[in-house]
Design a protein around this ligand. Sequence first.
Ligand code: FES
Length: 167
Amino acid sequence: MNTGASNVVTPPESIDLSLMDPIFAKYGGNRGALIPILQNAQELYNYLPKEVLQLIARQLGLSVSKVYGVATFYAQFYLERRGRHILKLCDGTACHVKGTPVLMTALEDRYHIGPGETTPDGELTVEIVYCLGSCALAPVAVLNGEVVGRLRQEMLLRTVKKQIDSA
Ligand code: FES
């Protein structure tokens, strides 16, 4: 039956839980290793899928709510899917004054995502941060762990595109 719905529903991402085997082999059922296990898991998946959190809870004999509680407490953990490329755009005072809003607008126009969002193809996530400690290079961003400073719109878009195309 045609429901008339126009939205395309993306199928759920399939999570390969077997990737966690070496991590559990390393830490066993040591509950004290919950944080390193979460860190390792995030390195694997780039975020912490709920299936992985449930698996960790089972393996460590902890409640799922306990594992969620720890994962949500620390800012370093992400529970939403993130892109293969992570752009952290600084909007601290120095960067803001030197043009971060213009850079954000350029990203929104090109990739149709706002702060904290990921492109539907899973390539790029843009996050806003507040001062990266490199104010002299304002406006500054960190792309996949590399600092890029004195950014201008075209330079930023070129740099991001180059990263996406190269991987
Ligand atoms: S305000 Fe952006 S690096 Fe300091």
